[in-house]
Design a protein around this ligand. Structure first.
Ligand code: PEP
Length: 239
């Protein structure tokens, strides 16, 4: 399984270091086999003194090596910290920052060309969900247009917009329906994201074709994130 923590605009440089040390000790102590990602804010990036059990990535970046892009971070800055993982197309980038699908595709192509592991996020707004399953899939496929689904470092995260940060996760059956449909066209790992917490992680991780979780709120507390990783470990042992 892949278990990823998206810090968004949370944690400082100091609290990120403390978090990563605690998480690293947990992963080592319990011989965790899951692939674990952490996406801290830019200001907390560093060459951390942690094992290779944690993959560090960025929540966003500008598709250029360097240049005049005020307020943005490019490849030059990521190289300094040996970053090779990125989230692209997160719903907060699409909706709050009005990133167009065209721009998101440009980012995808740029970071693919630079060999990044890409967590590419898709997911429908509530209005689309209310129209039913076909409308949901139509929306998701429009977000996948011009994305190379055969890219070997692609991970797709299905994150219904209405479930992100709301405390209201999608139902297990709804997640399954979307994952099954995506699996027909996508070999890449499929993650679910949207109000995952220790309480519902077991149910969601047991969904067929769900290869892991992208977690916001419940990942900000290291104990809660470790609890979810532990649930994944127990599930794997049950199999
Ligand atoms: C996210 O931001 O990707 C996310 C899934 O957030 P939350 O877990 O808070 O819903």
């Amino acid at each position: 399984m892949i278990i990823a923590a998206n810090f968004k605009t949370n944690h400082t440089r100091l609290s990120t270091i403390e978090y990563l040390e605690k998480l690293d000790n947990f992963l080592i102590k319990y011989s965790i086999k899951d692939e674990v990602f952490v996406f801290p804010p830019f200001t907390a990036l560093d060459i951390y003194n942690i094992s290779d059990k944690i993959n560090i990535g960025v929540q966003n970046a500008y598709p250029a090596y360097k240049g005049s892009f005020t307020g943005e971070i490019g490849l030059l800055q990521l190289e300094e910290f040996k970053i090779k993982n990125i989230i692209i197309g997160h719903s907060e980038r699409r909706h709050i920052f009005k990133e167009s699908n065209e721009f998101i595709v440009e980012k995808f192509k740029f970071f693919k060309d630079h060999d990044f592991r890409i967590i590419y996020c898709v997911g429908e707004p509530k209005s689309q969900r209310e129209k039913g399953f076909s409308a949901v899939m139509e929306y998701i496929y429009s977000q996948l247009e011009n994305i190379d689904l055969n890219y070997d470092k692609l991970i797709v995260a299905y994150e219904p917009v209405w479930a992100i940060g709301t405390g209201l996760s999608a139902k297990k059956e709804d997640i399954k329906e979307v994952m099954d449909a995506l699996r027909e066209d996508i070999k890449a790992p499929l993650l679910y994201g949207g109000s995952v917490k220790p309480d519902n992680a077991k149910d969601i991780l047991s969904v067929k074709n769900c290869d892991g979780l992208l977690i916001g709120t419940a990942s900000w507390d290291v104990d809660s994130f470790c609890e979810i990783i532990n649930i994944s470990k127990m599930l794997a042992e049950e199999k």
